[in-house]
Write a protein that binds this ligand. Structure first.
Ligand SMILES: [Zn+2]
Length: 453
């Protein structure tokens, strides 16, 4: 009973006593309600985190080394994360613009676009992947920082709990000693009804209360500290979760970007195959053709070669046609037997219209294979699958050209390659060739095939 009395006299709530379960419940509630007093603490915590982030951001910039623009993105992201909401809006706006530019780049018609435009589109996707990789790195570094902070906060909570427990234990011991007196037996005192008891109790309680008022201030401070630490810890956990979700999101975007880059790279490699094979065909016709931005395309492809597929164990060797299936349609043009009749009919009709068409059709892939062995390597992968841009000098993959199947013709008119889409011969072909199952490749006025490729 006296213990209860003494406890009731003490200036701290009875809930502060020793039951850990009831204590933690009370404290969790008070943590929630006492949010505003801890604001100052939380702000200072955030500032510290910001400082840590700056260091991490700088580290990211160094590791992703690449272009100045990459570090620029990291820097602007850094600012967006550590400064005002306005910058965050700008960050969102920039991300939107980047995504729109990447989406536009993916829409390019790789088979027909100007080579310079194709290179530019591929360059946009290459840069996009690089920037997005930097965003992922940065997001991951933020997660790592946040997780470190979570651990630090957990340690701080444990420390605060230990401090509080020690204080409570000391307080209990002090209270008991005060009751017992120095070596005395308080039970005996109260039971015997000693006439001095009343006076002694008053003196003792006065001393106990005064000493414990000081002590309880320390205890209350320890409790408040624990509450602040717990609030910080909870805040750190939530921040880490948010950052982890952000990082996952950035990674998903990166995967999409890489896929888009791989797709356009593949299309651009097809285009390069065609260009290089075409050049060989035209050489056989004694014609030269301006390859325009071919060097730029090759250079850009080399920069995006990281997205090209690794060597495939099951390399598909393109189906080839047998020499016996190749027939002369007329005017020196050899084609696959499946289209020889329609090509003959086209040549006849063109002659009737006043056009002396000639040109080159089928091309034996064996020369191309020999060149690939020399320029790309002798493995099956090197001969048939390695992207043309990775050979030295760049060399078209065998079997990719419609000429190698006897299904394409490069037309000459009067012995001259048809280069212009405004030439009379081209206009006649564009009005009539479809009747004979031949279609033009828009980027090359001379090239006609069963599928326009
Ligand atoms: Zn051609």
């Amino acid at each position: 009973m006296l213990a209860c009395l003494l406890v009731a006299l003490m200036p701290w709530p009875s809930g502060a006593q020793t039951d850990p379960s009831s204590t933690s419940t009370t404290e969790q509630q008070s943590t929630t309600t006492s949010a505003s007093p801890t604001t100052t603490e939380q702000q200072s915590t955030t500032t510290t985190a910001g400082a840590t982030t700056t260091t991490a951001g700088a580290t990211t910039t160094t590791t992703t080394a690449g272009a100045t623009t990459t570090s620029g993105v990291v820097t602007s992201q850094l600012e967006a994360t550590t400064t005002s909401g306005l910058t965050a809006e700008e960050k969102a706006e920039k991300a939107k613009l980047d995504a729109a530019a990447a989406a536009k780049a993916q829409e390019i018609d790789a088979a027909n676009a100007q080579l310079g435009d194709l290179s530019d589109a591929l360059g946009v996707l290459n840069k996009r992947v690089k920037d997005q990789s930097a965003r992922v790195d940065y997001a991951n570094s933020q997660v790592a920082d946040a997780e470190t902070k979570v651990k630090e906060n957990e340690a701080a909570v444990a420390e605060a709990e230990a401090a509080l427990n020690a204080l409570e234990a000391r307080l209990q011991g002090q209270a008991i000693r005060n009751f017992m007196g120095e070596g005395g037996d308080s039970t005996a005192v109260f039971v015997t009804g000693d006439p001095n008891t009343s006076m002694r109790m008053q003196t003792m309680l006065a001393e106990v209360t005064q000493s414990d008022i000081d002590f309880s201030d320390t205890l209350v401070a320890a409790k408040e500290d624990l509450e602040v630490q717990r609030a910080d810890a909870q805040n750190a956990v939530e921040q880490a979760q948010t950052l982890r979700a952000d990082a996952d999101n950035e990674l998903a975007i990166l995967r999409g970007d890489r896929q888009a880059q791989a797709n356009l790279t593949s299309s651009a490699e097809d285009r390069l195959d065609h260009l290089l094979a075409e050049r060989a065909n035209l050489g056989a016709l004694g014609a030269q053709v301006d390859t325009g931005d071919e060097a730029k395309l090759i250079s850009t492809l080399k920069n995006s070669s990281s997205s090209t597929p690794p060597p495939d164990a099951s390399v598909q060797i393109p189906a080839t046609v047998s020499e016996s299936e190749i027939k002369l349609a007329g005017n020196g043009i050899k084609v696959h037997e499946s289209i020889v009749a329609q090509v003959q009919a086209l040549l006849t009709d063109a002659a009737a219209a006043g056009f002396d068409l000639g040109g080159g059709g089928y091309r034996d892939p064996s020369a191309q294979i020999a060149t690939r062995k020399s320029n790309c390597g002798t493995s099956t992968y090197a001969i048939y699958q390695m992207p043309a841009s990775q050979c030295s000098p760049p060399t078209a993959r065998p079997g990719q050209s419609m000429h190698e199947r006897g299904l394409a013709i490069d037309f000459t008119s009067g012995g001259q390659l048809i280069r212009s889409r405004s030439s009379a011969a081209f206009v006649w072909l564009s009005n009539n060739a479809a009747k004979y199952g031949l279609y033009n490749l828009p980027s090359e006025a001379w090239h006609w095939s069963v599928n326009g490729k």
